[in-house]
Design a protein around this ligand. Structure first.
Ligand SMILES: Cc1cc2nc3c(=O)[nH]c(=O)nc-3n(C[C@H](O)[C@H](O)[C@H](O)COP(=O)(O)OP(=O)(O)OC[C@H]3O[C@@H](n4cnc5c(N)ncnc54)[C@H](O)[C@@H]3O)c2cc1C
Ligand code: SF4
Length: 322
C-alpha cells in the first residue's frame, strides 16, 4: 500500500520542534509526531486520519535514556526489553516490552509511541476500500459507531503493552509544548474515548516517563492474551505489582490493557492486609472479572477475554507471592 503525500519535518532540537509545531498550529495545518512510525505509517497507508505534515523525532538528540527513575520517550522498546537496570527493578516492564510485536518492530518502536498508540477496532484498522464498502465509522470519515451504535463515544480498544505496567508503577509523563512543560500522573493521562484517547494537546511532545522511588518496593509481572505469540497486540493484558508485609498483602496495584478504550488502573481493588494466599488470589480474580468490560471489536469473544484477565491476575498474584 502506498503512503499518502505529506510534508516531513526533521527538527534536531526540542526548541526547533516546538517552533515548527507552533507555526503549523498558527497556520491551521494539522500534523502528527512520528517516533518509530510503526503505528503512524500503517495507519497512513490505510488512509486513517493522515495529516498533511509529519514531524519526525528521528533526528532529535537524546530522550532515549533508560534509568531506574526516568526513561526517555524515544527509548526503543527493544532496549527496554534488554535493560539490566529495568530487569533488576521492574521485571514486569521488561516482560511487557519483550511481548511487544516482533524484533524488527521493537527495534523501531519507542516507549512514547507505545503509550500514545492509536486505539484499534475491526471497523477502523482496515483499508480505505474495505471501510468504504462497509460504511465509515466516526473514528475516521463517518459519524456513527458500528460497534455500539451511537454518536458520542468510540469504543476502539487501547492495545499497548507498556501502559498497564507503568500504571501499576504509578509513573508520570512529562510533556513539552508551546505553553511550556508539565508533568502528569499516567493514571490521570488517559481519557475514556477511543478518539480523544488522552489529555494531551496536539502540539505537546512526550519527553519522558518517570517512575517514583516508592515503586521500587513492588514486585511486578505482566501477562497478555494474543492471537499469535510471535507478533500480536494484546486483546487482554494484566499487570500486577505487589508488596508483601510478612505473610499479608502490603500493597497491590492492578491494571489492564486490551479491553477498553484506555488502559485502566483499578485503584479500588484494595486487598491490603489480606493474607497472601491462594484464596486471596481467587478473590482478586473474581473482583477483577467483575470490573472488566470488553467490546466485540478485536479478536476473541469479549467473555473469554474478560475471563482471561481474572485468570492472569490470579496467576500473577501467586507468582509474585513466590
Ligand atoms: C504488526 C504490528 C504488531 C504490533 N504489536 C504490538 C504489540 O504486541 N504490543 C504493542 O504494545 N504494540 C504493538 N504494535 C504497535 C507499535 O509497534 C508499538 O506500540 C510501538 O511501541 C509504537 O511506537 P512508535 O515509536 O513506532 O510509534 P509511532 O508510530 O511513531 O507513534 C505512535 C503515536 O504516538 C505519537 N507519538 C510518538 N512519539 C511521541 C512523542 N514522543 N510525543 C508525542 N507524540 C508521540 C504519534 O504521533 C502517534 O500518534 C504493533 C504494530 C504492528 C505494525
Ligand atoms: S468503536 Fe465504533 S467509532 Fe470506534 S473505531 Fe470501532 S466502529 Fe469506529
Amino acid at each position: 500500500m502506498i503512503l499518502p503525500t505529506f510534508e516531513l519535518h526533521h527538527p534536531t532540537t526540542i526548541t526547533e520542534l516546538v517552533e515548527i509545531a507552533r507555526d503549523l498550529t498558527a497556520q491551521g495545518e494539522a500534523f502528527d509526531y512520528m517516533a518509530g512510525g510503526t503505528d503512524v505509517l500503517p495507519n497512513y497507508k490505510n488512509r486513517l486520519n493522515p495529516r498533511p505534515h509529519v514531524i519526525s523525532l528521528a533526528r532529535l538528540a537524546g530522550l532515549d535514556e533508560i534509568g531506574v527513575d526516568r526513561i526517555g520517550a524515544r527509548a526503543l522498546v527493544d532496549d527496554l526489553a534488554r535493560s539490566s537496570v529495568l530487569s533488576e527493578h521492574y521485571p514486569g516492564l521488561v516482560e511487557a516490552a519483550r511481548s511487544v510485536s516482533s524484533p524488527p518492530l521493537r527495534n523501531l518502536g519507542t516507549i512514547g509511541g507505545n503509550l500514545l498508540l492509536d486505539t484499534r477496532c475491526w471497523y477502523f484498522n482496515q483499508s480505505e476500500f474495505w471501510r468504504e464498502s462497509k460504511g465509515y465509522c466516526m473514528k475516521a470519515d463517518g459519524d456513527v459507531c458500528l460497534v455500539v451504535p451511537q454518536k458520542e463515544i468510540c469504543y476502539a480498544t487501547y492495545s499497548g503493552d507498556l501502559a498497564p505496567v507503568l500504571l501499576v508503577l504509578d509513573a508520570r509523563v512529562t510533556l513539552v509544548g508551546p505553553d511550556g512543560e508539565r508533568t502528569v500522573p499516567l493514571r490521570e493521562f488517559y481519557a475514556f474515548d477511543g478518539i480523544t484517547r488522552f489529555l494531551k494537546g496536539p502540539a505537546e511532545l512526550l519527553t519522558a516517563v518517570d517512575i517514583p522511588s516508592s515503586s521500587r518496593e513492588l514486585r511486578t509481572g505482566y501477562r497478555k492474551l494474543r492471537m499469535r505469540d510471535t507478533i500480536e497486540y494484546p486483546v487482554a493484558g494484566v499487570a500486577l505489582a505487589l508488596h508483601t508485609d510478612g505473610d499479608k498483602v502490603g500493597r497491590l496495584e492492578v491494571a489492564v490493557t486490551g479491553t477498553e478504550a484506555i488502559p485502566l488502573w483499578y485503584g479500588d481493588l484494595d486487598l491490603t492486609g489480606q493474607p497472601a494466599t491462594p484464596a486471596t488470589a481467587e478473590a482478586l480474580q473474581e473482583a477483577l472479572v467483575d470490573r472488566v468490560t470488553c467490546y466485540r471489536n478485536v479478536p476473541f469473544p469479549p467473555g473469554y477475554r474478560k475471563a482471561m484477565t481474572g485468570e492472569y491476575a490470579r496467576e500473577l498474584f501467586s507468582a509474585l507471592v513466590g
